[in-house]
Design a protein around this ligand. Sequence first.
Ligand code: PBG
Length: 324
Amino acid sequence: MSKLPTRLRRNPILRELVQETQLSINDLVQPIFVTYSDKKTEILSMPGQYHVPLNIVEKEIEQLVNSGINAIILFGIPEKKDEVGLDTINDNGIIQRAVRRIKQYFPDLLIITDVCFCQYTSHGHCGILDERGLINRKKSLEYLQKQVVSHAQAGADVVAPSCMIDEMVKYIREALDNNEYEDIGILSYAVKYASTFYGPFRDAAYSTPKHGDRQSYQLYPGNIQEALKEAKIDENEGADIIMVKPALPYLDVIHQVKSIVQCPVAAYQVSGEYAMIKAASEKGWIDEGKCILETLTGIKRAGANFIITYFAMNAVQLIKENME
Ligand code: PBG
């Protein structure tokens, strides 16, 4: 008997029949940056991504919805920053306004809000600091609770804390439950590495820390036991979905996290992953479309139930073309 694996690869129909991982339009979430500026401007480090003015945000969303995207994650760029990031808890903050406005036009679109402080604080750290310049956990948790309630009140469907503060999920769940938002889900950035791949995002969100870095709260790239510990803790605290971020350098982490939690696992293909593919394809060194589909399929194969990616719109187009 000859075992010839290529038998199943000879014919395109046969290849599709035995395909193990199929990327679908429903697997993708598009990040959106909302600003107070009155002009839509391209983000230099992320070609094809924009700062979208709040007062015309529905136009941008319309394109997404028409293309078949069902879910977005919102990031806000506030007008003013301060020590505690007051905009995050203001019912008329940039995120709260954006959520209300988008829901008015597209009530069925799923809106996830990023919950953090770094875009909103003058120091650029992901929490509120004490006199020594370190994260004041208790105070940050208190403000986080106010932030999520305010997002939920505006109409967010899911809140996504990304600040890596211990017990953030526990405190957020408690605040939502105590304010009659039991049905609002928590997508926890449970496993967030201290990654250089966030560089383009920090340019886009003006959120580079003014002093120090994020190594005291984000994970060291070489550690996986710690990642599994974080995932377990957050699931036990009540996270509905666990996220691993970035995606491509951490496929093994996605895979292992998936095997130890019962809840769905998300992956975030971050700004640097996007920028790399964009830059190489602009130079003609790789095929952009194929690279997008290959990386997203790989992330899904590793175990992600869905993927947050700046390529969501492109990928939807590519998936549709492949189906024709
Ligand atoms: C906010 C946040 C960041 C990203 C998502 N939420 C930045 C960071 O941790 O520095 C990065 C997303 C990306 O790079 O695409 N804390």
